[in-house]
Design a protein around this ligand. Structure first.
Ligand code: HEC
Length: 131
């Protein structure tokens, strides 16, 4: 009996934490990204790119993190196909960036995988000149 109760508790804890993680990434996406990239990641033609099957969300984590930390400044002048401007999100904490980066890399038909807080700290030092 005791083991089945603790199994149940573990299951509840596990499902709770999975939901919380997804929920936080989603909430951050809705608050900071969805207005431009749209709630379903479809983007807006010629203005903001779709995040669905984005090459920047399926490969090197640093490519994703540079985009989020620097915004449009990460895109070399003269190479953009979009009229919109993405702001820098280096004002978000490492935890928030890890959550939202993990969310977009594992949703909208992307399979880039999760990003850790350490990955963000390292990318911040590399791209945004430290904390
Ligand atoms: C004000 C509008 C705006 C907001 C808000 C915004 N973006 Fe962007 N984003 C853009 C634009 C415009 C580009 C295209 C930049 C370029 O290529 O010139 C872009 C590009 C990207 C790309 C690269 C996509 C590709 O395939 O080239 C990713 C990834 C991305 N944004 C993620 C995010 C995330 C995550 C957030 C929220 C933390 C966010 N964006 C918030 C406008 C926005």
């Amino acid at each position: 009996m005791r083991s089945s109760v603790s199994f149940l508790a573990a299951l509840l804890l596990l499902s709770g934490s999975v939901i919380a993680e997804d929920g936080e990434g989603r909430a951050l996406y809705d608050a900071h990204c969805g207005a431009c990239h749209q709630p379903n990641g479809s983007g807006v033609p010629f203005t903001q790119p779709a995040l669905i099957k984005s090459p920047k969300l399926n490969g090197d984590k640093d490519v994703t993190l540079e985009m989020i930390l620097l915004g449009s400044e990460a895109v070399p002048i003269g190479t953009s196909d979009y009229s919109g401007e993405m702001p820098r999100f280096d004002v978000l904490s490492n935890e928030e960036i890890a959550e939202v980066a993990s969310y977009v890399r594992t949703h909208f038909e992307n399979d880039g995988g999760a990003v850790s807080v350490d990955d963000v700290a390292r990318a911040r030092a590399k791209f945004a000149g430290g904390d």
